[in-house]
Design a protein around this ligand. Structure first.
Ligand code: SF4
Length: 185
């Protein structure tokens, strides 16, 4: 089976609703996402090692993404009670991060080291990040930054693929991406 198919199958097996592999040149990037993080609507700016500014300077992170020839994009779709169901959104975010962790284990068997795995915003591996306490990250090998923190414009990146950005009333969709060189492990 070609590597692309293995990766898509692994994402679906981990719990993704849909997944696809695209060329790196199709990834749309914009530093405007850093401005959105700085606006701090989520309250995590400066409070998590995987969020800005700790995650790194935006131009450097976008340059890293540009260095990968291929990308796996996957999504999870979760129901909400209504558009103000913030608890449901948080639960769906946690569910997506758990999906990313399961996929992360499978990736170790499929890809050569050096790939980059990004998930939805605000590392949720710990109940609360140790950054505000000034203590080191608990799980530096597992913590994953968000696609937005690397300047990825997910909406325009997945346009034209089978992955829709909006998936119906009272649903929330989260994305993850894996950037890789096409050599099997
Ligand atoms: S693994 Fe824990 S300590 Fe590390 S960035 Fe994520 S939430 Fe913070």
């Amino acid at each position: 089976m070609p590597l692309d198919e293995h990766l898509i199958k692994a994402a679906l097996h981990a719990g993704a609703a849909r997944a696809t592999v695209i060329p790196g040149g199709q990834v749309v990037l914009s530093s405007a996402f850093r401005d959105m993080c700085q606006a701090n609507a989520c309250g995590k700016y400066g409070k998590c090692y995987m969020c800005p500014p700790d995650v790194g300077e935006i131009e450097g992170l976008m340059a890293i993404v540009r260095g990968y020839p291929m990308a796996l994009a996957y999504q999870s779709i979760s129901p909400l009670e209504d558009s103000f169901d913030f608890e449901g959104m948080e639960a769906a975010g946690l569910k997506h991060v758990r999906l990313s962790q399961r996929l992360g284990k499978a990736l170790k068997e499929l890809l050569v080291p050096g790939y980059l795995h990004l998930t939805c915003g605000g590392c949720r591996l710990c109940e609360s990040c140790l950054k505000p306490e000034g203590l080191p990250c608990r799980f530096p090998d597992e913590a994953m930054p968000s696609v937005e923190s690397y300047g990825i414009d997910v909406y325009n990146t997945v346009k034209g693929t089978g992955l829709k950005y909006i998936n119906g009333t009272n649903t929330v969709t989260y994305f993850g991406m894996v950037f890789f060189h096409p050599q099997e492990a």
